[in-house]
Design a protein around this ligand. Structure first.
Ligand code: ATP
Length: 422
């Protein structure tokens, strides 16, 4: 077995897409008589600033000998990577041997690439120590992602699928012709085995990207046959080629358990705390509140693109106990999902006269309340029940705002009730 890892071949402005390049490499493998056993689409730390879009790295598992695989991958990258964009910094790492048996160091590198940051020098040194073949262009920063893609199969247990259909290359940059009704029908029929295909409330086909690259649509789900069936049921312009990837999308692989007092920028956390300020909607429609635990406080934000999720956030009150999930940047946790653990159910209120039913008046400083008409009194405020528009359990951003790596609630495995968006 041989593993070919690839990354950083595309450009934000000039197009391309590393999944497409991996698909071309896989075709070249087959053209040379090799077998492609598996294609991995690995999402790395979404906080990495060099990323073009979704911080994806790719791996191909094949029976072609490592040397031949390396030559072929280099040829395809030379031909297809967008080297006209100085920001594109492609890398290839080819590992002889089975992806199950990479060293602990390589698997750890992959795990850390999803949750943390790496140096290029460390990546190159580890690849060389491991006996892997490497090549970089324009500095070759892509060797970080390529090495992570090599280690990913051993590093992670949870894998989902994405079936990507590509456009005819000459159409790239023109509006995609996809029949939205057929997308919604196919999505309905396959839900929840296929998820994040559409956003029902927004009326949006989430599986059809807006970016200029060659992807026509990408169908995500838990089952390979289902994602292929959904893709086949969509009416569209011609599909030029397609491929099914195993991926760590929809798994929350980026989240680590953390505490409010010890959060660092560029990492994503699951963190417990108490709502410490009423949620406030600021300019642009972004909603902010403070979350505290002990003496520590962190700002939490639900940004405008998270749409109806902000109503769930606005329904929080001071004193609610929650678990918040999201990436920390500039000291603010950008909320992807939260679990309500305990809701404040009462609030202090001025007592009501038991005889006439009217609100009592203050009887003077520290002297409680009194009903002047009836002569009844009360020693202080009473607890009044409040209506809550939330229930215990998990709430999430809608499909239109989902990060690639974030796990949709409908996939299950959460530690409380769930309120999935679809
Ligand atoms: P593409 O479709 O080309 O893969 P992308 O959005 O995935 O686009 P890249 O162009 O691949 O972004 O850019 C990400 C860059 O960051 C790559 O060079 C990759 O090697 C590097 N990188 C990925 N994860 C990490 C990490 N955890 N630490 C440091 N660098 C990283």
């Amino acid at each position: 077995m041989t593993v070919i890892g690839l990354d950083d071949t595309d450009s934000r402005t000039l197009g391309m897409c590393t999944t497409y390049l991996a698909t071309l490499v896989a075709e070249a493998v087959e053209a040379r008589g090799g077998t492609v056993e598996r294609r991995l689409l690995v999402r790395l730390n979404p906080a990495v600033e060099h990323k073009t879009r979704g911080n994806a790295a790719l791996a191909i598992h094949t029976d072609l000998p490592a040397g031949a695989a390396f030559d072929l991958a280099r040829e395809e990258l030379d031909r297809w990577a967008v080297l006209d964009d100085d920001r594109t910094s492609p890398g290839v790492v080819v590992a002889p041997g089975s992806p199950d048996t990479v060293s602990t160091a390589v698997a750890d590198f992959a795990r850390d690439a999803v949750r943390d940051f790496h140096d290029l020098d460390d990546a190159v040194a580890l690849a060389e120590r491991s006996g892997f073949l490497t090549e970089g262009w324009h500095g070759g920063r892509g060797r970080i992602g390529a090495l992570a893609a090599v280690g990913a199969w051993a590093a992670f247990d949870e894998w989902t699928y994405e079936h990507i259909s590509y456009r005819e290359f000459h159409r790239c940059g023109t509006p995609r012709e996809v029949d939205v009704d057929s997308v919604f029908d196919a999505a309905d029929a396959a839900y929840p085995d296929a998820w994040d295909t559409v956003d029902r409330e927004e009326g949006e086909g989430v599986c059809v990207p807006n970016a200029p690259g060659p992807i026509l649509h990408g169908i995500r789900g838990d089952d390979a046959d289902t994602v292929r069936e959904v893709a086949a049921a969509i009416d569209s312009e011609p599909v030029d080629r397609s491929a099914t990837f195993r991926t760590n999308q929809g798994t929350d692989a980026h989240l680590r358990d953390g505490v409010v007092s010890d959060l660092r920028d560029g990492r994503a956390y699951r963190v417990a705390g108490t709502v410490a300020s009423d949620p406030e909607t600021r300019r642009g429609g972004h909603v902010f509140f403070d979350l505290e635990a002990g003496d520590a406080v962190v700002a939490v934000a639900a940004f405008e693109p998270t749409k109806r999720f902000r109503n769930r956030v606005r329904a929080l009150r001071v004193g609610d106990a929650i678990t918040a999930c999201g990436e920390v940047g500039d000291g603010t946790l950008k909320l992807e999902k939260f679990a309500v653990r305990d809701l404040v159910r009462t609030e202090p209120a001025t007592p009501v006269c038991p005889d006439c039913g009217r609100t009592m008046k203050s009887a003077g400083r520290n002297q409680g309340y009194r009903c002047r008409d009836c002569g009844t009194d009360a020693p202080g405020k009473v607890e009044r029940a409040v209506d809550r528009d939330l229930e215990p359990g998990w709430y999430e951003v809608p499909p239109c705002a989902r990060r690639h790596i974030a796990k949709p609630l409908v996939r299950g495995g959460f530690d409380a009730a769930t309120h999935p968006e679809r």
